[in-house]
Design a protein. Structure first.
Length: 167
């Protein structure tokens, strides 16, 4: 990650921490605004949904529909205690990166979104995603994280639950 990206992400995190309104984080508007706040100074298209196919992610025309279903599910999980907090977070994170809303920045955005979900809906502290590593670089933590997402694609959630610290 270059310096401009780092500064932009830091400013986005400051915005997230200090924003006045208690806007629902489980909304399309919030998802888009968070991406713009994290990456808007780096990429002109930040805060707008992907319009072209990538190897990861749903067909671009499906993004807003799939996202709506995920946000409804995540709200339901919190209101009905369907899962323990960290399991809800793990499932939310996986579905969000699987949809892959944006051309880039999906991993970082979805990790921060997941922490915002945990905080607002569960009053739970953020996840230690990096676990002492730099998750942006190639290392064992990064490999484990990607492998855990792939396993979750195949409906095996055990590894991603470990990553988020649920077990
Ligand atoms: N097989 C997979 N299934 C689901 N999600 C995946 C898979 N492989 C990668 N990902 C997610 O996609 C992200 C990479 O997408 P993108 O490049 O848009 O995000 P980024 O924030 O720039 O990420 P990074 O710098 O971590 O690669 C990964 O961080 C991970 O969250
Ligand atoms: Mg990337």
């Amino acid at each position: 990650m270059n310096e401009l990206e780092q500064v932009n992400v830091q400013n986005g995190l400051l915005w997230l921490r200090h924003r006045r309104s208690r806007q629902d984080v489980l909304s399309e508007a919030f998802i888009l605004e968070l991406h713009r706040r994290l990456f808007g100074e780096v990429w002109a298209w930040a805060g707008k949904f992907r319009l072209t196919e990538k190897n990861i992610g749903v067909d671009p025309i499906q993004i807003s529909v799939q996202l709506r279903m995920l946000l409804d599910d995540a709200r339901y999980w919190a209101e009905h205690d369907t899962y323990p907090s960290l399991e809800a977070a793990a499932r939310f994170h996986h579905r969000l990166v699987q949809i892959h809303c944006f051309p880039n920045g999906n991993g970082r955005h979805a990790r921060i979104m997941t922490d915002a979900y945990l905080q607002q809906r569960w009053n739970h502290p953020p996840i230690d995603w990096a676990g002492g590593f730099d998750l942006m670089k190639d290392n064992t933590r990064r490999e484990d994280y990607i492998a855990a997402l792939r396993a979750a694609d195949a409906l095996d959630f055990s590894s991603i639950l470990k990553i988020v610290g649920a077990e």
